[in-house]
Write a protein that binds this ligand. Structure first.
Ligand SMILES: [Zn+2]
Length: 230
């Protein structure tokens, strides 16, 4: 999960839909376009980007029209995460800059251990919203429910591919640096992995941060991440 900024102003079509008896946010093409841009076409929960997305209500509206058409309450999520979250609330809000969703939770997937589960935990157990969010994300990646048990392994495979990819970029970069070769292209590849629109950014950021050798080598880029480059 990564902090995102919701663009302003509110799409005008929302007010028009709100007054209709059968109004729906799905009828507003501008809402979908703006969410795609604001969320970098990624699910805000799992950070996967290559699947169909849904418009999700961060605070469940339960028929409340104000919440249903409130621009600040509309998020982009994949079907799997939307299902897993259902009516849960009291979670960290990635569009609130005061909720540091990247640092308040540690994102870990030990790809060397094939039986390992994804683990996401929070350093501060007094923060109930961080605890709730970490538990939800853990469920999303390790789901054994009837609905999630087919999808979660595919999600972990995609996550593992990204972690293997950044690991390979880092190893090549360090090797070439040691040999006195140009590392410009390798550094660009690393920047792409640490950019805000990169899938599973939070896991890759923590992968780099956890590995002591990498951490000391890449302290500068870690401080700047997520990078807002194209
Ligand atoms: Zn998702």
């Amino acid at each position: 999960m990564v902090n995102l900024t919701k663009s302003q102003p509110t799409p005008k079509c929302l007010a028009a839909e709100q007054v209709k008896s059968n109004g729906s946010v799905r009828n507003c093409s501008e809402v979908r376009e703006r969410l795609n841009a604001d969320f970098y076409e990624k699910c805000y929960l799992c950070e996967r980007h290559d699947i169909r997305m849904e418009i999700e209500h961060f605070i469940p509206h339960n028929g409340d029209k104000t919440l249903k058409f409130d621009w600040t309450n509309l998020f982009l999520a994949c079907g799997h995460c939307n299902n897993a979250k259902r009516t849960q609330h009291n979670l960290l809000n990635c569009t609130n800059p005061h909720d540091d969703v990247l640092h308040w939770m540690e994102y870990c997937y030990d790809v060397e251990n094939l039986t390992a589960k994804v683990s996401i935990h929070t350093a501060n157990n007094d923060n109930v919203r961080a605890l709730n969010t970490a538990n939800l994300l853990t469920t999303i990646f390790n789901s054994t429910s009837d609905e999630g048990r087919f999808y979660a392994p595919k999600l972990r495979t995609k996550l593992a591919e990204e972690i293997y990819s950044i690991e390979s970029v880092i190893e090549t970069l360090l090797k070439r640096k040691q040999e006195g070769l140009s590392i410009q292209d390798d550094y660009l590849a690393l920047e792409q992995h640490l950019s805000i629109h990169s899938p599973f950014f939070a896991f890759k950021y923590w992968f780099l941060r956890r590995h002591t050798r990498y951490n000391s080598e890449f302290q500068d880029i870690l401080t700047k991440a997520p990078l807002h480059t194209a």
